[in-house]
Design a binder for this molecule. Structure first.
Ligand code: PMP
Length: 299
């Protein structure tokens, strides 16, 4: 039994976690084994990013958290203002001005059995630290991705619009990426159309037009996705939200992913096929610069 297997990716020892109203040393930041977030993946979360001490589009993240909680009938135990204050405390306690913040709300401690009626209060915790999802050089060279065989959640089952604690199908897709020796995988929906990657939204560029799956394709409505659409349109680039097939990916001139942790990253190979000339394209490069500028402006 490997109960004490050392984890080389363990968080730094001096990290303090905001847990149910208190800042606790990471070693003591523990969740009860009867918490339904753990037992059933019953909860919602957000991944946020701070630039220069300010969280990028915090209100939109909190709105998505509120909508997700509502969709799973979880009554949030804190107001928006209280979340803002708690996030600030977690950032300050860990000296995070530029970094990544994970906010998690679980159904709370209950007992065995699915019913949320047997849980007491939702648990809330906030981790403020650093994240490097992809190595720096891939932002210049581009990322290689593969198509996953596991599909994205059917929107009528667990809606991908809800950023719930139930990420198992995305994890299975991520494992497929690992098996293929790459860092990310594209997931398709129940109709066979492109939905998104395991933790990022996806975009293509074809003949100067940017294409991305619509919300109804079963995707998370990414905050970075929406910022990218805004930035592209500001430059008069035509952005179309449309159903995309696997062959649309293969004939694209450019491809890129967006996400809070990833920001904007070019994709230069899909299923072993080079995209465009196999190097990040001009539309992607311009968007990456514009995104850097935007986060600076909104600081
Ligand atoms: N899709 C999925 C499945 C995600 O988990 C995320 C967040 N990591 C995204 C897309 C990107 O969303 P955002 O830009 O809001 O981080």
């Amino acid at each position: 039994m490997r109960f004490d297997h050392p984890n080389p990716w363990a968080p730094r020892q001096d990290l303090k976690v905001w847990l149910n109203g208190r800042l606790v040393p990471v070693a003591q930041a523990a969740i009860n084994v009867f918490d339904h977030g753990l037992l059933y993946g019953d909860g919602v979360f957000e991944g946020l990013r701070a630039y220069g001490g300010r969280v990028f589009r915090l209100d939109r993240h909190l709105k998505r958290l509120e909508d997700g909680a509502r969709a799973i009938r979880l009554e949030l135990p804190m107001t928006r203002g209280e979340f803002v204050a708690a996030i600030g405390e977690a950032m300050q306690a860990n000296g995070v001005g530029d970094g990544y913040i994970r906010l998690v709300v679980t159904r709370g401690v209950g007992y065995l059995g699915l019913t949320p009626a047997r849980t007491a209060n939702p648990s809330v915790f906030i981790i403020a630290d650093q994240i490097e999802l992809y190595p720096r050089e891939l932002y210049e060279k581009g990322l290689e991705v593969v198509s996953a065989s596991v599909m994205r959640n059917h929107p009528n089952a667990l809606s991908p619009r809800i950023k719930s604690l139930n990420y198992l199908n995305n994890i299975l897709a991520k494992i497929e990426a690992g098996d293929a020796g790459v860092l990310e995988a594209i997931m398709y929906n129940h109709m066979g159309f492109v939905s998104e990657c395991t933790g990022d939204n996806i975009f293509l560029v074809r003949d100067g037009t940017v294409q991305t799956p619509p919300i109804h394709a079963g995707i998370l409505e990414g905050i970075t996705r929406n910022a990218a659409i805004e930035l592209l349109r500001r430059r008069q680039v035509c952005v179309r939200e449309m159903d995309l097939t696997r062959s649309d990916l293969y004939v694209a001139d450019e491809c890129f992913l967006t996400g809070t942790a990833a920001e904007v990253i070019p994709v230069t190979k899909i299923d072993g096929r080079p995209i465009g000339d196999g190097r990040p394209g001009a539309v992607t490069a311009q968007l990456m610069r514009d995104f850097r500028e935007l986060v600076k402006q909104e600081q």
